[in-house]
Design a protein around this ligand. Sequence first.
Ligand code: MF3
Ligand code: CO
Length: 262
Amino acid sequence: MAVTIKSKHEIQLMREAGNILATVHEELAKIIEPGISSYELDRHAFEMIKKFGCEPSFLNYEGYPASLCVSINDEVVHGIPSKKRKLHDGDIVSLDCGVIFKGYHSDAARTYAVGNISDRAKELIDVTKNSFFEGIKYAKAGNHLYDISKAIQKYVEERGFTVVRELVGHGIGTHMHEEPQIPNFKQIGRGIKLKPGMTLAIEPMINAGEKDVWFLDDDWTVVTRDGEYSAHYENTVLITEGEPELLSVKTGTTVEQEMNRR
Ligand code: MF3
Ligand code: CO
């Protein structure tokens, strides 16, 4: 399947999906504290998604058993919620969630501090989020896809952090994963030319130590090889002739507002 251009109507449905997903994320952020289990976070996500009339896109996706990915500390992505896994003071936690509204997907991830975290962990979270906003400066009709990839990598490496290579962002729409793949690091060539109406999930996964990762035997969890912390930040984005529109935020939130939101 080629890269698709979404119609006005499709974009509106993705906005509505994203508005709901943003609410889910905001509510989850409020209950993050030492002692809560990743299972409880997943239950909250599931119940909110259903209440808002959406379907959780992750649940049963290629056998994934939950509505939320909860990746703690050295876990990069795809941490599986568990009653036994509780958050502790000093942890960082990445929450990745996806919803389907009237057949259209939205996908977003955020990384949070649990209680008091180290300065280095704070910097990791900030650099990861900021690298997304650095990348989307290039997410504009007429530019090329890998302009985004290159900008993310440059921003991250200049600050002494590393970019995960094994996982990438993706097109999104009637499916969670559509073409194109969106690496967060430099490619050979320039990639496809961006056009208005393309919808992309851009999602830097950034490590505090070395870039290398392991895939655990649970078939899902990705961890850093060196055990150092990793962070994740993702939004669903609409390409326009000008500034991109964030589709996984409360409707009407500008790029600048979301970038400066704490
Ligand atoms: N947001 C992720 C992605 O972009 C997570 C999907 S994995 C799942 O690929 F299995 F949990 F769905
Ligand atoms: Co994604």
